[in-house]
Design a protein around this ligand. Structure first.
Ligand code: C2O
Ligand code: CU
Length: 466
């Protein structure tokens, strides 16, 4: 499997050429809305567990013809309009949420709150301009455990022409599958696990393959974009056989790139690495998961060709994204308490219900995509600063994701390293963190745990910005 070469793409004015779906001529009509990419949600089948064929896999295809394999990496450009037409060829309603993109509320993809359900045979036009460059991802926000669990998780790359050059790029979409011995899907969750850390998959993949190997230029610098799109798994990534610098987290450049040792990241989160390939042709590098007692290999990189003899210190810093800094002297403080609950019955919904309530935010359980929206956690005023005091009152980790806004972690009783602004914070057991944001995007923005069983059994709420 060759890595996508960015060499050609980076040559002078050819930079606007073939590497993008829109092709040449994009510059001339930079501000006009492009024709929509057709994004067709559909069924397929795939070989995920060895040679067994898994039926009823869901994927997205570009265009309206049958697609196979992992959903396409969608490429957009910072500050340039993008359009996608979702076509629903599933047998149930769906939507698309653009995870981490700070776009208009009407494009956010949350049924009932921001848009209608897209029924089978229907379509929905998404049009927006991504304000930030980086690694993001997309997935449905309806019957989410089933739809994501069946395959609907794809990676978004928002390019910035001012990004530093790399010799190659590899995008890794990490996720598991709950498959039985014959390769067919088994129950998406176990209630007992949903009430704890979540239900794990049985087959672990990168780009729908077990331990894939990617060729990359020997001695070259590779930008590795990793997205954790699994519904449950928290990863602790590390490398064997090469050195890499962490250059961005959750789409945003780190202040100072640092060497990758072991890094924890949870469902919904991304990590961008600058990987320096070994010099010798055929040498391999293993990206592993070191969480738990038995580490395993996620993917490998194999050096090809004569060494390019690059140096990690050659990597120029990534330009920062335009995220407003909160004014802490006037910020309003908002408690966000995460807890377990046994109260409240789960009600059936068009977007599916797991039938249980296990979790709550500020003591209110809500699954997030039902026609009975609860009151917002807080009504925020456009342009004002807020500090969320997020307290995890449980013995489990929760990757908490906020739509439409980015926040900065100010402090925590469990961490010393403070990452750049983010859309998802992996709260550790009993962690209490303060995060700051500017309410600079109008509308209703959900905040929820990205362990989807937790989201769907109550750990969801929303902010209203007026
Ligand atoms: Cu990644 Cu509410 O979503
Ligand atoms: Cu959770």
């Amino acid at each position: 499997m060759p890595a996508i070469s960015r060499r050609t793409f980076l040559q002078g004015s050819a930079a606007l050429g073939g590497a993008f779906a829109f092709g040449a001529g994009m510059a001339a009509r930079a501000s006009a809305t492009p024709d929509p990419q057709l994004l067709t949600a559909q069924f397929t089948q795939a070989k995920i567990a060895g040679d067994a064929i898994t039926p009823k896999v869901m994927t997205y295809g570009l265009g309206d013809t049958p697609a196979e394999g992992t959903p396409p990496v969608l490429r957009m450009r910072k500050g340039e309009p993008y359009a996608a037409r979702l076509i629903n060829r599933l047998d149930e309603p769906t939507t698309v949420h653009w995870h981490g993109l700070r776009i208009a509320n009407a494009m956010d993809g949350v049924p009932e709150l921001t848009q209608p359900y897209v029924y089978p045979g229907d379509r929905f036009d998404y049009v927006f301009t991504p304000p930030d460059a980086g690694t993001f991802w997309y997935h449905p926000h309806c019957n989410t455990l089933t739809q994501m669990g069946s395959g609907l998780t794809g990676v978004i790359v928002v390019e910035n022409p001012d990004d530093p050059a790399f010799d190659a790029e590899v995008v890794l979409n990490l996720r598991d599958w709950r498959l039985g011995a014959g390769g067919a899907f088994i129950d998406p969750f176990k209630p007992r696990d949903a009430a704890r850390g979540g239900t794990y998959g049985t087959v672990r993949t990168a780009n729908w393959e077990q331990e894939p190997t990617y060729d990359a230029p020997a001695g070259g610098l590779v930008r590795v974009r990793i997205a954790a799109t699994d519904v449950t798994r928290i990863y602790t990534v590390g490398l064997d056989g090469a050195q890499a610098m962490v250059i961005a987290l959750d789409g945003n450049p780190v202040d100072k790139p640092f060497a990758l040792d072991r890094y924890d990241f949870g469902p919904g989160q991304r990590i961008d690495l600058a990987l320096r390939m070994p010099d010798g042709e055929g040498q391999t590098v293993a990206l592993g998961n070191f969480r738990g007692s038995r580490p395993w290999t996620i993917a490998r990189f194999k050096a090809v060709g004569a060494s390019l003899k690059r140096d990690l210190r050659d990597v120029a810093p990534l330009p920062a994204n335009p995220i407003a800094e909160a004014d802490l002297s006037v910020a309003t403080r908002v408690p966000v308490d995460l807890s377990a609950t046994a109260e409240h019955k789960a009600t059936p919904s068009i977007c599916g219900s797991l039938g249980y309530t296990f979790w709550a935010i500020n003591k209110v359980p809500w699954p997030g995509d039902t026609p009975d929206p609860i009151a917002p956690i807080e009504e925020m005023k456009l342009g004002k600063s807020y500090v969320l005091q997020i307290a995890n009152r449980t013995p489990h980790a929760h990757p908490i994701h906020l739509h439409g806004l980015s926040f900065r972690i100010l402090s925590s009783n469990k961490r010393t390293f403070l990452p750049p602004p983010t859309d998802t914070i992996l709260l550790l057991p009993d962690e209490q963190a303060e995060v700051a944001l500017v309410a600079d995007n109008l509308g209703d923005w959900v905040i929820h745990c990205h362990i989807i069983e937790h989201q769907k059994t109550g750990m969801t709420g929303y902010f209203k910005i007026v």
